[in-house]
Design a protein around this ligand. Structure first.
Ligand code: TRP
Ligand code: SF4
Length: 328
């Protein structure tokens, strides 16, 4: 498969990104698929055009995290959207035949407007966000796009755009399928949706002390006021974390029976979680240290990735222009 996916540089990536997205990206890379992973900086502008002061820093931070979690520049092409101007040209052409009412009906359009109330989202760039996403995907002729549930409608319109283009101008694009992340979204440490504004997130770039300070006060099954109260892991965010961070069979039984029969305390349960999380994150933290020591490494990766991406993007655009009779 040829796989393309992107992340918006709106801040540091957190453990929810790791579990839902990055871990999956690394697996796809290591299974030997052709993988293209990029920083969607133009997409970040669609909702944040008024403050670009952190855009550069956050974009480099995303590549830094990609590298730390195990994306390998020898296996995956890592690049920055705005460096590949062809994405914008393709979006412009796609905009010619994409219906505005169709864009207005995309669920994320309405949802984001509601969620980000008070923010100006009447800009054309925000409405045409999914068209840019379609260009991101189709310009590399991707056959599959790993996404979370919230992005399914964007892959759907990408398929429609590919079909429409092929019908109007001749067969250029494959219709990519979505690879839905199998793991449900991790909740924040307080049991609410993970969100910077709630202060309930845990960043990937962290350390043992801070991780401990986030995990130990986590909310649990509210029925367990004291150790002698039986609990139900199915309604406990700590249990969701356990499932995300490599709990083994034996530990699973220990938590399940211990919780439902009031034989273990939540503190014990969280200590085990912390141990398992350290096994996942300590190697990542070490990688971050190495990356930071190696001045210039991130930029080298970006320059090389951009150049590989650009080659493919410009060759697709040749085909696109030809098929649309844009021959000058
Ligand atoms: N919209 C995606 C998100 O918010 C980011 C993105 C931009 C993307 N272009 C893409 C994802 C292309 C997959 C493929 O997460
Ligand atoms: Fe949650 Fe574990 Fe406490 Fe059960 S024992 S309520 S799973 S933290």
């Amino acid at each position: 498969m040829r796989i393309v996916s992107g992340t918006r540089p709106t801040g540091k990536l957190h453990i929810g990104h790791y579990v839902g997205i990055l871990e999956n990206w690394v697996n796809l890379q290591n299974k030997g698929h052709e993988t293209f992973y990029f920083v969607a900086d133009w997409h970040a502008l669609t909702t944040g055009y008024d403050d670009t002061s952190k855009l550069y820093e956050y974009s480099r931070e995303i590549i830094r995290t990609f590298l730390a979690v195990g994306l390998d520049p020898k296996k995956s092409v890592m690049y920055v959207q705005s460096a590949i101007k062809e994405h914008a040209e393709l979006q412009l052409l796609f905009n010619m035949f994409t219906s505005v009412p169709r864009l207005e009906r995309i669920p994320t359009y309405k949802d984001m407007k509601q969620q980000l109330e008070g923010k100006d989202l009447t800009n054309a760039g925000f409405l045409t966000y999914p068209v840019l996403q379609a260009a991101d995907i189709l310009i590399y002729k991707a056959t599959a796009v790993p996404v979370g549930e919230d992005q399914l409608s964007h892959v759907e319109i990408t398929r429609e755009i590919a079909r429409r283009f092929n019908f109007l101008y001749g067969e250029v694009f494959p219709e990519p399928e979505s690879l839905l992340s199998t793991f449900p979204k991790l909740l924040g440490t307080d049991g609410r949706k993970m969100s910077k504004s709630y202060g309930n997130i845990i960043n990937i770039d962290n350390n043992e002390t801070d991780l401990k300070n986030s995990i130990m006060p986590m909310i649990t099954d509210p029925a367990r006021q004291r150790k002698t109260d039986a609990g139900n892991p199915e309604i406990c965010p700590v249990w969701d974390y356990h499932r995300a961070f490599g709990i083994n069979e034996e530990q699973r039984d220990w938590v399940f029976s211990g919780c439902t029969q009031a034989k273990i305390g939540c503190v014990q349960c969280k200590k085990l979680l912390l141990e398992n999380m350290l096994k996942v994150f300590e190697p990542i933290w070490e990688n971050l240290c190495e990356i930071d020591k190696n001045k210039g490494y991130i930029d080298d990766v970006i320059v090389e990735g951009n150049s590989k991406a650009r080659k493919i993007a410009s060759s697709t655009m040749e085909e696109v222009r030809n098929s649309m009779n844009l021959k000058f």
